[in-house]
Ligand binder design. Sequence first.
Ligand code: FAD
Length: 419
Amino acid sequence: MAQVISPKTLDTSQITTNPQDYDYDLVIVGGGIVGLTLASALKDSGLSLLLIEARVESAAVMKGQAYAVHMLSALIYQGIGVWDKILPNIETYRRVRLSDANYPNVVEFNTEDIGKDDLGYVAEHQALLHPLQEFVKNCQNVTILCPAEVVETQYLQDAAVTTIKVAGKTQTIRSKLLVAADGSRSRIRQAAGISTSGWKYWQSCIVAFVKPEKSHNETAYEKFQASGPFAILPLPGNRCRIVWTAPHEEAKTLCELDDEQFLQELSQRYGSQMGKLELLGERFIFPVQLMQSDKYVLDRLALIGDAAHNCHPVGGQGLNLGIRDVAALAQVIQEAHQAGKDIGDIKVLQKYERWRKLENLTILGFTDLLDRVFSNTFLPIVIVRRLGLLTMKYIPLVKVLSLKLMIGLLGKTPKLAQR
Ligand SMILES: Cc1cc2nc3c(=O)[nH]c(=O)nc-3n(C[C@H](O)[C@H](O)[C@H](O)COP(=O)(O)OP(=O)(O)OC[C@H]3O[C@@H](n4cnc5c(N)ncnc54)[C@H](O)[C@@H]3O)c2cc1C
């Protein structure tokens, strides 16, 4: 069983500050989905881990988000051994329909295109986070410190020194490696002086949950419109999640409409295929940005997930990239540990950076291109993209390659996904 230390039970003698020793081999900052996935992936690594999360467990689970979970992510969770706890509470999709405004040539991807039973899955935040939290609690080699906050980090030649505040007390922890999984505004990345490249989009994203009158038929939709992509993702209980991208002002106005007016606008975008819609719960608005950290690693530090990169939500890539970062980093540091190497050494960590940085950049570029090309009303671009859709629809090789790129089956497959 993992040791879960809460401020009430914290025995400060458990955290040593002896400069000669390491308190843990590895410290993970951030117990979101990505940080928890890394702790789970290192279950049998022989490494000792400390996972630090700022928010109490019950608050962390209550995020009104849902994610498209791609095939490769599912294989990684199968390799970790947690997939059977996730699968019962998420929805499988077996069809994806891509369309360009009113253009009648819709591209439909099916399971037969890649010879699999499923194309992908859609999971609400808690349906992923909760089983991961429970899984990590059963990992002997993991100590969880929650709620606790990192206030300072220092990187010495032989150790990362993390200063944390927990229950009003300050403690320092020495480890061979610090992993930042603390999200897009990563304070660990900023404090380490790692710069980023990218831009904020002219669009925001509205997310909402709806219940359609007719069956969602295990189909995911990506409808490209001049204002931005509009996605419908199927969820359990015949609910759907909407990800509606629009220029900031339009998105703000839409979000401020009363429920009835919002539903009217939504129904126009949605089409009639699923009948009348019922709005479930609150809607949220998110700004959208593209960001790539200029470095993923320094001596004794590695960035994963949103701490390393952010992309446009089109195609539901962001979290999936983070899960692939985890599988790559876990493989690199386990191999180094087994070979008796120092897991915090920059030469070891650069293998992870070389593996993931270019793959992530490709997807960041792909999502950016999709958003720009499909939001464009300039006639030559409209013609080119519609030719692109026709090519995808009628040339099987192009169709299969596009699908494999979207669901993560084109890059290097980590060992975790091959088990
Ligand atoms: C509108 C929208 C739709 C999206 N849809 C999809 C989708 O369909 N599919 C997909 O794959 N991705 C999607 N994404 C992207 C996805 O939401 C993110 O990529 C993902 O949530 C990142 O997870 P993370 O664990 O890296 O970061 P986070 O979820 O931000 O977790 C970071 C954790 O670190 C903790 N933390 C922060 N600072 C500290 C500190 N100093 N000390 C201790 N703990 C700390 C936080 O409390 C938090 O728990 C979407 C994004 C948006 C905006």
